[in-house]
Design a binder for this molecule. Structure first.
Ligand code: DHB
Ligand code: FE
Length: 283
C-alpha cells in the first residue's frame, strides 16, 4: 500500500531560485537562508519519496484571471518548466505519475472535492523553487528529479479563495486517497506558499513575524485552531499574499493529527517575504 511518509512546508520566492541558479547562495545576504535548507534536504534524502504531491498556487502562468479553478490536480506524464518572463529555469522537467494522479482525482471527487483536471500543465516558481529547496537541483546540478510528482493547484489569485478549513479538509481527503492506493509507494507532501508578505498596494513589504511564529507553532500543536482563523484574518494579519499559507494547511491536513517536527526555520526576509520551512513526520 502507499504510505504518506512525511511533509515539507516552505515559502517560495522567485529570487530564491535565481540565487540557486546563479550560484550566489553563499553570499552574505543568502547564506543564512540556504544554510537552513540543508537539514530539510537531508530529511528528504532519507525519506526517499517515490512520489511527491506538491500543493502550490499558480501565479498567473497557466491559470489567469479569466478562468480560475479553486482546486486543480495535474494528471500529466511530464510537467514543463514555465517561462514567467525571465526565461524558464534551466532545470529538468518534472516526471508525473498519471496513474496515481487519476487515482487521486477519482478519490477526491468521490469525497466531493470537484477538482479541475490538468492533463497539460507547466509549473512556475511556486512549484520549482520549492522542489529545489527540498531536493536540490539548481540549474545544471541534476539531469533528473529523484521523485515523480503530482501537482495540486490552489487558487490564491482571484477572489473568492478557499477558506483555511476547506484546505485542511482537502488535505484530509488527499490522505484518504493515498491510504487507498494499492501500490507500494512512498509519498511525501510538499505544501508551499507564504509566509507573511504583501507584494502590492499600500502595505507592500508588510511582514509579521509574530503571526508567522504562531502559525509555525500551531502547525504542530493545534492545526485545527489555524483552520478556525478566517481567510480575511490571514490577509489582514499576514499580508495579502500571506493567504498562501492555506497550502501549508492542505499538507498539514494530510498528515496525522499528531506530528513530529523534524526541522523548523524562520527567516526575515527573502526579498519581500518572511521565509519559513518545516519538516514533519507522522506520529
Ligand atoms: C514573490 C513571489 C511569490 O510568489 C511569493 O510567494 C513571495 C514573493 C516575489 O516576487 O517577490
Ligand atoms: Fe507565491
Amino acid at each position: 500500500m502507499a504510505e504518506l511518509v512525511g511533509a515539507v512546508t516552505t515559502s517560495h520566492v522567485p529570487s530564491i531560485g535565481i540565487a540557486m541558479d546563479t550560484g550566489i547562495t553563499q553570499d552574505l545576504y543568502w547564506k543564512p537562508l540556504f544554510d537552513s535548507y540543508l537539514p530539510a534536504k537531508e530529511f528528504v534524502k532519507k525519506l526517499k519519496p517515490d512520489v511527491t504531491i506538491v500543493v502550490y498556487n499558480d501565479h498567473g502562468l497557466e491559470v489567469f484571471l479569466d478562468r480560475v479553478p479553486t482546486f486543480g490536480v495535474g494528471a500529466a506524464a511530464e510537467y514543463a518548466i514555465g517561462d514567467e518572463g525571465w526565461g524558464p529555469r534551466r532545470i529538468p522537467p518534472f516526471r508525473g505519475d498519471p496513474e496515481f494522479s487519476w487515482h487521486l482525482i477519482e478519490h477526491l471527487i468521490a469525497q466531493e472535492f470537484d477538482v479541475t483536471m490538468f492533463q497539460e500543465l507547466a509549473v512556475d516558481h511556486g512549484f520549482s523553487v520549492s522542489m529545489s529547496v527540498a531536493f536540490g537541483g539548481p540549474a545544471g546540478e541534476i539531469d533528473e528529479w529523484p521523485t515523480r510528482v503530482v501537482p495540486i493547484i490552489v487558487n490564491t489569485i482571484q477572489f473568492p479563495l478557499p477558506q483555511p478549513a476547506r484546505c485542511f479538509k482537502l488535505g484530509q481527503a488527499i490522505r484518504k486517497a493515498i491510504d487507498a492506493y494499492p501500490k507500494d509507494m512512498r509519498v511525501m507532501i510538499l505544501g508551499t506558499g507564504g509566509m507573511s508578505h504583501q507584494l502590492q498596494g499600500e502595505r507592500a513589504g508588510f511582514m509579521k513575524p509574530e503571526f508567522d511564529r504562531m502559525f509555525l507553532k500551531n502547525m504542530v500543536d493545534d492545526p485545527v485552531a489555524l483552520t478556525k482563523i478566517p481567510l480575511g484574518v490571514y490577509m489582514s494579519e499576514a499580508g495579502h499574499e500571506g493567504a498562501e499559507l492555506i497550502m501549508w494547511l492542505v499538507a498539514r491536513g494530510a498528515m496525522n493529527a499528531k506530528v513530529h517536527e523534524v526541522h523548523r526555520h524562520y527567516h526575515v526576509a527573502a526579498s519581500l517575504t518572511a521565509a519559513g520551512l518545516a519538516c514533519y513526520t507522522n506520529l
